[in-house]
Design a protein around this ligand. Structure first.
Ligand code: NAD
Length: 297
């Protein structure tokens, strides 16, 4: 939106969920000049998100990608809230980035609907779930749209805008303008399980895990195959670690149910999630992760 509020900043963006994606979305919105209201059920996650955002902004400033005043203003523009209702009360845009579970997202949108301004755009960062179904719980489903960001949000250019069955053209146009305001390049897809990106991305990720199970090659060599042979910037197993193996499993379970056998989650992936090996966020997945990045597990 073009109006400015909150001490001269553009409208307010409420981000619900301060995990891997919520933190990145909050950072990008604050850097683009919005004020940001951040909500998470876990206070520890809010603290972790704040520390991560400060570190990421510092890194961008040291590389000359943003200047020092922008960094300071962005940090100051992010406020934490203790309830969904308070976070969304003055929002122009709501972006939900909570775990990939339909029941949880529906509950959150019910709370959002109680308190958000009637003209706020309601977005979900879901990777695979139906925007139409999420929208079905709010009074005006025409204003609900998928806003699918990519990880790490500050570096990834794409924003996949997902049009639900009832989403209006005006709302899609507003989402496209929001994407551009955040410095992203949008694509528009119809609401269909896995949209364009997750459906294609998890096929490669899933096959790479099966190849590891079958002893075709080491994790490092499977990744190198795609990095050097196909110019992927990051191999599929490393990417799975970065996304979060629990997130990947939730997406696969949903796509398996909706689209069939080719998306059946590999047994190895289930075992790793049960063992708490979730990838970068837990320190170990197909690789071991520390501040310097991935190492052989
Ligand atoms: P995450 O596990 O890193 O973070 C989820 C956060 O939501 C946690 O901090 C958790 O405390 C919080 N949460 C739990 N219940 C909540 C509630 N009721 N209200 C508010 N917050 C709540 O997950 P993530 O990777 O950030 O994924 C979030 C969403 O983004 C999912 O829908 C996922 O599919 C999607 N997504 C993830 C990626 C990725 O690479 N990880 C990429 C694109 C989209």
């Amino acid at each position: 939106m073009t109006n400015t509020t909150d001490n001269g900043r553009k409208g307010r963006v409420a981000v619900l969920g301060a995990g891997t994606m919520g933190a990145g979305i909050a950072q990008v919105a604050a850097t683009a000049g919005f004020s940001v209201a951040l909500f998470d059920v876990s206070k520890a996650q809010i603290d972790k998100a704040r520390a991560g955002i400060a570190q990421s902004l510092e890194k961008l400033a040291s590389k000359g990608k943003i200047d020092a005043p922008t960094k300071e203003r962005a940090l100051a523009a992010i406020a934490a809230f203790e309830s969904v209702e308070d976070a969304v009360r003055d929002a122009s845009f709501v972006v939900e980035a909570a775990p990939e579970r339909m029941e949880l997202k529906r509950e959150l949108f019910l709370a959002v609907d109680r308190a958000a301004p009637a003209d706020a755009l309601l977005g979900s960062n879901t990777s695979s779930l139906s925007i139409t179904e999420i929208a079905s719980v709010v009074k005006d489903p025409t204003r609900v749209v998928g806003l699918h960001f990519f990880n790490p949000v500050p570096l990834m250019e794409l924003l996949e805008v997902v049009r639900g069955v009832r989403t209006t053209d005006a709302v899609v146009d507003r989402a496209l303008a929001f994407a551009k305001d955040l410095g992203k390049t949008p694509i528009v897809v119809r609401d269909f399980p896995g949209f364009a990106t997750s459906r294609l991305g998890v096929v490669i990720g899933c096959e790479a895990i099966r190849m590891l199970e079958q002893g075709v090659a080491s994790a490092e060599d499977i990744d190198r195959a795609m990095e050097l042979g196909y110019r992927h910037p990051m191999g599929p197993l490393k990417l799975g670690d970065l996304v979060g193996l629990d997130v990947r499993l939730a997406i696969l379970e949903h796509l398996h149910k909706e689209l069939g056998e080719q998306f059946r989650p590999p047994a190895l992936l289930r075992q790793m999630v049960r063992a708490g090996k979730l990838g970068k966020k837990s320190g170990e997945g197909f690789y071991k992760w520390d501040a310097d990045g991935p190492k052989k597990a």
